[in-house]
Ligand binder design. Structure first.
Ligand code: MN
Length: 377
């Protein structure tokens, strides 16, 4: 894999907001942009200027914040779209057009030649305006490879800074991703951004595969928000790069949980307990063997610390608990259990958890203790 030159492009405000049923208020968009900048995102795709109205106002406000991150506007390969982006003051534009025959024939109802021509005209226009240009090959995964290479080559020749490889329908696996991205890298030699969707649960894996094949940028959203099953999640990509691939982008990961909570609130989309990296269950241990291991040394069952992403470790007492976890839990209440007492309480606690079909609250544990052992103290 390459070094720390990988750039994170966040599209929570564009693809994330395109999630069916999601709308951000302008102040929410501005706040999300600030949060993204604070954690270390390199480029923020702030929206679609040609939509006008509030969308355009929000993008202008974000530009005015003067953030460290580059601010990008999303456009079709249409000059009037790009004019709207320029008017907002963005320093970067995404120019998007489909490259698969299924899209060209059925959606655009045109020809490959028209696609190339429109893209080149749009890129040349943006180039004259002096902005950074990403040319997005929509539905790249289902595009014929030779045409995709030709498209990327002509984009490069027209002055594009990178090509966005869009796995628009999330149809690739990591092996196919690797092969296709490597081919473009070798045959065209332009920067490539991975834009992967999670329809088969492989968005993050495919983004990493693209990086291994030489991609330089990764498009992400907070908690994977996005069309249908969503995009690659920022927190997953950044933490996987750091802990699996040894590439530390220097992000302020301690804000990841807070940021996910805010985006969850603003989008009205649940942040599931089992969400990778930022879910509240990431550091909750209940089973006797796991809790015992985690209490002796957290590294036995945790790859990174909860603090690193703004979470806390929780030992949960329930059906699967063991006596060691009980001793530690009761010590939090100021009650020192000996081994015999823990052994006596354990079956009562387990059967209560089965009756209630859940783990137990602190108060419930104390009541069980008082009923069984309280008088002895
Ligand atoms: Mn997308």
């Amino acid at each position: 894999m390459t070094d720390g030159k990988i750039k994170i492009v966040d599209t929570t405000l564009r693809d994330g907001e395109q999630t069916a049923g999601v709308v951000f208020a302008n102040r929410e968009k501005v706040r999300i942009a600030r949060l993204l900048d604070e954690v270390g995102v390199h480029q923020i795709e702030a929206g679609v200027p040609v939509m006008g109205g509030d969308e355009k106002k929000a993008i202008k406000e974000i530009v005015k914040l003067g953030l460290k991150a580059s601010i990008m506007g999303w456009n079709r390969a249409v000059i009037s779209d790009i004019q709207q982006s320029i008017e907002c003051g963005v320093d970067a534009v995404a120019i998007s057009i489909s490259t698969s025959d299924i899209h060209i024939e059925h959606k655009l109802q045109t020809t490959r030649e028209w696609v190339l021509e429109s893209m080149i005209k749009a890129v040349e226009y943006a180039k004259r305006e002096g902005v950074y240009i990403s040319v997005n090959a929509e539905d790249a995964s289902r595009s014929e490879m030779d045409f995709l290479v030709q498209f990327a080559t002509e984009a490069k020749n027209a002055g594009a800074n990178r090509v966005r490889y869009c796995d628009t329908v999330g149809i690739l696996d990591p092996f196919a991703t690797y092969d296709r991205v490597k081919t473009i890298r070798e045959r065209v030699g332009i920067d490539i951004e991975m834009h992967t969707h999670n329809d088969f649960g492989m968005a993050t894996a495919n983004a990493l595969a693209g990086i291994k094949a030489g991609a330089t940028h990764v498009g992400v959203t907070v908690m994977g928000l996005g069309e249908r099953a969503g995009n690659a999640a920022m927190e997953e990509v950044v933490m996987a790069l750091k802990h699996i691939e040894g590439i530390d982008l220097g992000f302020k990961t301690t804000s990841f949980r807070t940021m996910a909570e805010y985006v969850s609130l603003a989008s009205g989309r649940e942040l599931p307990a089992w969400k990778a990296i930022v879910g509240s269950n990431m550091f909750a241990h209940e089973s006797g063997i796991h809790a015992d291991g985690a209490l002796k040394n957290p590294k036995t069952y945790e790859v990174f610390t909860p603090e690193e992403v703004g979470l806390e470790r929780q030992i949960v007492i329930g059906k699967h608990s063991g006596s060691r976890a009980l001793v530690v839990k009761f010590a939090e209440y100021g009650i020192q259990l000996n081994d015999d007492e823990a052994a006596e309480l354990l079956p009562k606690i387990r059967s209560t958890a089965v009756d209630l079909k859940r783990s137990l609250f602190d108060k419930e544990l104390v009541y069980i203790y008082e009923d069984a052992l309280g008088n002895r103290a």
